[in-house]
Design a binder for this molecule. Structure first.
Ligand code: SAM
Length: 326
């Protein structure tokens, strides 16, 4: 279905839980965030119900995220059911990969089509600092598992922060010569109060690409499955590719095709806007599928033309990334 700005909205990102097994410095404040009681989080059968309704209004791609989706009990069965919903032809996941060696094979067999793994550094000690205690080897085993399972294209998400990991841009580029990995450099966004964001820590796409082009021949590329808003580039002789997600330096809202469902069942037309529709309470109070479909349509029609992150930062927005679903 098209929104008011002629964008085809066919993609739903679902935060399965607001809980995470890591504490990334840019995502979760040191003291953690108040977690929602279990009864406020959507039950698995509620998620399935809402995805069926979403498919009826034209959603064909679903991404499971969080929090950490792999700590949600029943994840394999959820994937099994979601992957069979008529109209859903792409079921992907974004994970930190720590638990992927354990769940990956079953998830693939259950119908997971693709996986994006978040990995911001190739240095174990730095990983411990960025994630406040995570084990890099475990996360890397997650990447290896995804590659072995052939869940192609395997994308690696790296949030680049000046003074933290911006010295590793070339190391990530090198990785695409060793493995068929699609590296996606993500601009550090001001999301969640106290996330530590400062403008000076932002490394823009232009700056990263400028550095890379000094050493490598890069060519813009089209047509990688699940491309979304990232801009992709091929590197001569490489087995993978590079992508940039640059919401701050080159706003891609004109190509936005997504809605987000928060862990507590709110439908958000835009990551940055505070607008939310409470699907959970409607569902629990017996709304019909027709009424739920109308809420999806309202969200689609209510999508703002663009985010205002550059102008407003995260000011006054109560939520954190892991509640909304990154
Ligand atoms: N736990 C899973 C993971 O680590 O991939 C899924 C949730 S995580 C919130 C999803 C994505 O959001 C990650 O790739 C993470 O890097 C990104 N993210 C979180 N906070 C961010 C920020 N302030 N700026 C840019 N990306 C951010």
């Amino acid at each position: 279905m098209k929104d008011n700005f002629k964008r085809e909205i066919n993609y739903l990102r679902i935060s399965l839980t607001d809980r995470c097994n890591l504490r990334c410095i840019y995502c979760i404040p040191q003291e953690g965030v108040p977690l929602k009681p279990h009864e406020e989080i959507l039950r698995l059968e509620e998620i399935i119900h809402l995805v069926k309704v979403a498919a009826d209004v034209g959603i064909s791609k679903v991404r499971l995220t969080g929090g950490e989706p792999l700590i949600r009990k029943g994840i394999v069965n959820l994937v099994r059911v979601l992957s069979k919903i008529p109209g859903i032809d792409d079921l992907a996941m974004t994970t930190n990969g720590i638990l992927f060696p354990r769940f990956g094979p079953e998830l693939k067999e259950a119908g997971l089509t693709r996986v994006n793994l978040s990995l911001d550094t190739l240095k174990p000690e730095r990983f411990r600092e960025i994630t406040r205690g995570g084990d890099w080897e475990q996360a890397w085993k997650g990447v290896e598992t995804a590659l072995e399972l052939g869940l192609a294209p395997v994308k690696l998400n790296a949030v680049i922060m000046r003074g933290t990991n911006d010295d590793e841009i070339m190391d990530f580029v090198e990785l695409t010569y060793k493995y068929p990995l699609h590296i996606r450099f993500i601009e550090y966004m001001p999301i969640g109060e106290h996330s530590g964001w400062e403008e000076r820590k932002l490394v823009t796409q232009q700056e990263m690409l400028g550095q890379i082009e000094k050493q490598y021949r890069v060519q813009p590329v089209m047509g990688i499955r699940g491309m979304g808003p990232a801009k992709y580039y091929n590197l001569e002789g490489s087995r993978g590719s590079l992508g940039f997600i640059s919401p701050l330096s080159s706003c891609f809202c004109a190509y936005c095709n997504r809605l987000r469902l928060t862990a507590d069942g709110r439908l958000r037309p835009c990551l940055h806007s505070t607008q939310e529709l409470n699907l959970r309470d409607c569902l629990r109070s017996g709304a019909s599928n027709q009424e739920l479909a109308e809420l999806f349509q309202t969200a689609i029609k209510g999508k703002p033309e663009r985010h205002t992150m550059n102008e407003e930062g995260w000011k006054g927005r109560a939520r954190f990334m892991q509640q909304i679903g990154g």
